[in-house]
Design a protein around this ligand. Structure first.
Ligand code: HEM
Length: 468
């Protein structure tokens, strides 16, 4: 136990320490056990190997919060403040590098961060405000997309059937919302949406898909500069007119990632919670407390399990170690939530309530899209439980497969048996029914993503059991 203290106070460098890999088979199946092992061995901050690169992992609630709040102004997210990266000692083929090098708002500090955040706040405001026309349209679009997906997954069958609610609902729905927010006018919304999916899946075709996606986002950005509309890119430009097309397309990539992936993960996790929990969770739906359920699910299983790196700009004590200036610290929200100092304080008489959880971050980089994400998830859950009278897992809850990446943790699939509710009808009239695949149709005049989606529907139909 003293060994690490000697290393820490003796000024040993992170890069010369013998560190264990974080992403093991154990981490995949039971990350909490890995966190506890590291906490027992090193205390609230541990050195680990992340896919071949040594980093510090902050596991303690108060250490994660201290770095997030950054009250001393010494923690930097700028990639140039990470010494090993700036000096070329991080391998060029390190799998996390592409995600970092997009270099959008998440990796800024100082004036640039403040200006970009202010622009995001303005650009998201109309969509996050339920009373604003854009907010109302967005809520209708989410309901409509949810109903379209439910129609596709249940068509041709009887009142009951088997579906995977991750692949057929939780994952495509937020991407359809992204399509709406981006305001594609080019008639390519459907193809772009499928490319977003390929990129987020990081499969063999992801590099080509990323190239096409960035090209499509640049083209979209240039089109919005020339002819602004009522959409996120136009609002972001209005709030930050100095953005170049390249900078704008990087920010749009950020929107695709957080809205498309994190929100999909939270939808899947929330459905699982509502289906598997005792009657409490279903009761809370009827009591109109769905938003609180979403918040609690985000706390128990934070979609962003770990947050991208911060480096101190001066040597700094954290946990039992001295972190040298320029060394990367990875913040584990999931581990912080398992810290007995946080988890043990969750009783009703505690001063720390579930509202003190860190699933949405905290401090100067705190999430700006929390309201939007919560809205998407609550509408997704509410449409599902309106259209189906019963949803039952086909696997025991503790055997549901999870997917872990260095940053994310969510359900890989959510197989359920459904029973359609008698007489439950779609909430909003569809802009176009999810017709059988044919030629792509022209985009809607408002540029929304609710146009016919031949490849998306074809793909989703291919997922149906037995290929009905
Ligand atoms: C379930 C969905 C979501 C979760 C769990 C989530 C969580 C987070 C977290 C933990 C951070 C802090 C990152 C850090 O400190 O390193 C963050 C930042 C951010 N989020 Fe979200 N988010 C979600 C959805 C969204 C959506 C839909 C948007 C809308 C555009 C959004 C916009 C942002 C922005 C702009 C930041 C960066 C702020 C900064 O670095 O200053 N998020 N989010």
């Amino acid at each position: 136990m003293e060994v690490h203290r000697l290393t820490a106070s003796g000024g040993g460098s992170l890069e010369t320490m013998a560190v264990e890999p974080l992403l093991t088979r154990d981490y995949d199946s039971r990350p909490s056990l890995v966190y506890e092992r590291l906490r027992a061995k090193y205390g609230p901050v541990a050195p680990v190997d992340l896919l071949g690169v040594p980093v510090w992992l902050a596991l303690g609630y108060s250490q994660v919060l201290e770095v997030l709040r950054n009250q001393r102004g010494i923690w930097s997210k700028r990639l140039s403040d990470w010494t090993a990266l700036a000096e070329g000692r991080v391998p060029r083929d390190w799998p996390l590098l592409p995600a970092l090098e997009v270099n959008h708002v998440i990796f800024q500090e100082g004036d640039r961060l403040r200006s970009l955040r202010a622009a995001y706040y303005e650009a998201l405001k109309p969509f996050q405000d339920a009373a604003h026309p854009q907010g109302r349209q967005l809520r209708d679009a989410i309901s409509r997309s949810a109903d379209e997906l439910i129609d596709v997954m249940t068509e041709g069958g009887g009142r009951t059937g088997l579906v995977d609610l991750c692949a057929q609902y939780a994952r495509p729905l937020p991407l359809m919302v992204v399509d709406h927010l981006l305001g594609f006018q080019s008639g390519r919304g459907d193809e772009v949406l499928m490319d977003m999916w390929r990129v987020l899946d990081a499969g063999p075709d992801s590099a080509a898909a990323l190239e096409r996606l960035l090209a499509a986002l640049s083209e979209l950005g240039a089109a919005k500069m020339a002819r602004p509309g009522d959409d996120f890119p136009s609002y972001l430009l209005a709030a930050y007119p100095e953005l170049t097309v390249d900078e704008l397309s990087r920010e749009l990539m950020m929107l695709v990632g957080v809205t498309g992936d994190h929100t999909g993960v939270l939808i899947g996790n929330t459905i699982a919670e509502v289906i598997t929990a005792d009657s409490g969770a279903r009761d809370s739906l009827s009591m109109g407390m769905l938003r609180e359920t979403v918040n609690r699910v985000a706390m128990v299983n934070p979609p962003m399990a770990n947050l991208t790196f911060r480096c101190p700009t001066v040597d700094t004590r954290l946990g039992d170690f001295t972190i040298a200036a320029g060394e990367p610290v990875f913040l584990s929200v999931a581990a912080a939530h398992h810290d007995p100092a946080f988890a043990g304080s969750m009783h009703s008489d505690s001063v720390i309530s579930s509202r003190a959880h860190l699933a949405w971050g905290a401090g100067p980089h705190e999430c700006l899209g929390r309201e939007l994400a919560t809205t998407i998830v609550t509408i997704a859950i509410s449409r599902l439980f309106t259209r189906f009278s019963s949803l039952a897992l086909t696997l025991p809850a503790d055997q549901l497969p999870w997917r872990s990446s260095p940053l994310m943790r969510g359900l890989r699939s959510l197989p359920v048996q459904y029973e359609l509710a008698e007489g439950a009808v779609p909430a909003a009239p569809p802009a176009s029914r999810p017709a059988e695949a044919s030629a792509p149709s022209a985009p809607a005049a408002d540029g929304g993503g609710e146009t016919a989606r031949p490849s998306l529907w074809r793909f989703l139909r291919s997922l149906r059991r037995g290929g009905r």
